[in-house]
Design a protein around this ligand. Structure first.
Ligand SMILES: [Zn+2]
Length: 131
């Protein structure tokens, strides 16, 4: 699974986004260590606080199916359908990812021209995981 293929799956997942309030469609594609992929989109709610991000949708789908080990996640977002800006995971999603994504896990982002793969340790250098 190439980074480009994972980005394309994330873009496809964004098409299912339920985002009537922000009008910002986000898609994520989570690659498991066994090669399977779980996708997710943002699902907004009129109460806002009940909204779930694409990344967490993908993680929760995978974990609920028994997956625990992951290699990387692609994240794409767009307000106008162009997917021309990098979309970075929010703090809540970073915390959720830190629960399961250790070691060489990376986040794959695209602005339509460039794809970058960033080690998760750069997103969460000091995770809340040791107590
Ligand atoms: Zn988020």
């Amino acid at each position: 699974m190439t980074d480009k293929e994972l980005i394309d799956l994330a873009k496809n997942a964004a098409q299912n986004s339920y985002s009537p309030y922000s009008k910002f469609k986000v898609g994520a594609a989570l690659l498991c260590s066994d090669g399977t992929v779980y996708t997710g989109c943002n699902v907004e709610n009129i109460s806002f606080g009940a909204t779930n991000c694409a990344e967490r949708t993908a993680v929760f789908k995978a974990v609920s199916e028994g997956k625990r080990e992951f290699s990387k996640i692609a994240v794409t977002g767009s307000g106008d359908g162009s997917f021309s800006e990098f979309t970075y995971p929010c703090g809540v999603c970073r915390q959720v990812l830190s629960e399961f994504c250790k070691g060489n896990f990376s986040i794959v982002l695209s602005n339509g021209k460039e794809i970058k793969s960033i080690p998760f340790s750069e997103f969460m250098p000091f995770p809340f995981d040791d107590f």
